[in-house]
Design a protein around this ligand. Structure first.
Ligand SMILES: [Zn+2]
Ligand SMILES: [Zn+2]
Length: 177
């Protein structure tokens, strides 16, 4: 089983390298960084200035190896939505996960950018969405990465790691792969 990070469109290489290192620790396995995919322009909803997350994740699924039991995490710097929700930080479908850093940057809120905060937030949301690909559900512990984020405040309360209960579930799930 391999875990891949796939940038979608341009993403800061330093952020990707730090994310790779952080995920390696949480998921206790080697993570490879794959070449970037283009942003599927058909996913842009012009009136909302947002990208339809399900269309973006479909292009990720198409790029993932269907024969292998791998996991892929796409990282995109575009604001994502799904119908009926104003925005989402990320989404997961089967073996692929997608995280947007658009609303994880302080600049989005009119504040000066903060690289270490961006990394912490990206790691928390990446651990969360990848957790779903391993069958983890949402956690009631607001400091656990599997807690559902409604706002950036929720994300900031989470640690970029799994609580002991979610770690146990992850270990059990990984043994069945
Ligand atoms: Zn979730
Ligand atoms: Zn948890």
């Amino acid at each position: 089983m391999t875990l891949h990070i796939i940038p979608i469109g341009p993403i800061d290489p330093d952020l990707l390298a730090a994310l790779q290192e952080g995920l390696q620790i949480v998921y206790n396995q080697t993570i490879t960084l794959r070449p970037s995919l283009p942003i599927p322009e058909s996913s842009l909803e012009k009136e909302r200035h947002q990208y339809h997350a399900e269309k973006v994740i479909r292009s990720l699924l198409a790029a993932a190896d269907p024969s292998a039991n791998n996991r892929s995490l796409g990282i995109i710097n575009r604001d994502l939505y799904v119908p009926r929700l104003n925005f989402i930080f990320g989404i997961a479908a089967r073996t692929v996960a997608l995280v947007s850093i658009a609303r994880l940057r302080q600049g989005f809120y009119g504040l000066p950018d903060d690289r270490s905060l961006l990394l912490r937030r990206t790691l928390a949301e990446a651990v969360h969405e990848l957790g779903h690909t391993f069958g983890l559900g949402h956690c009631t512990d607001h400091t656990c990465a599997m807690f559902f984020s409604n706002s950036i405040r929720d994300t900031d309360q989470k640690k970029p790691e799994l609580c002991p209960r979610c770690r146990r579930v992850l270990m059990k799930q990984k043994r069945t792969l």
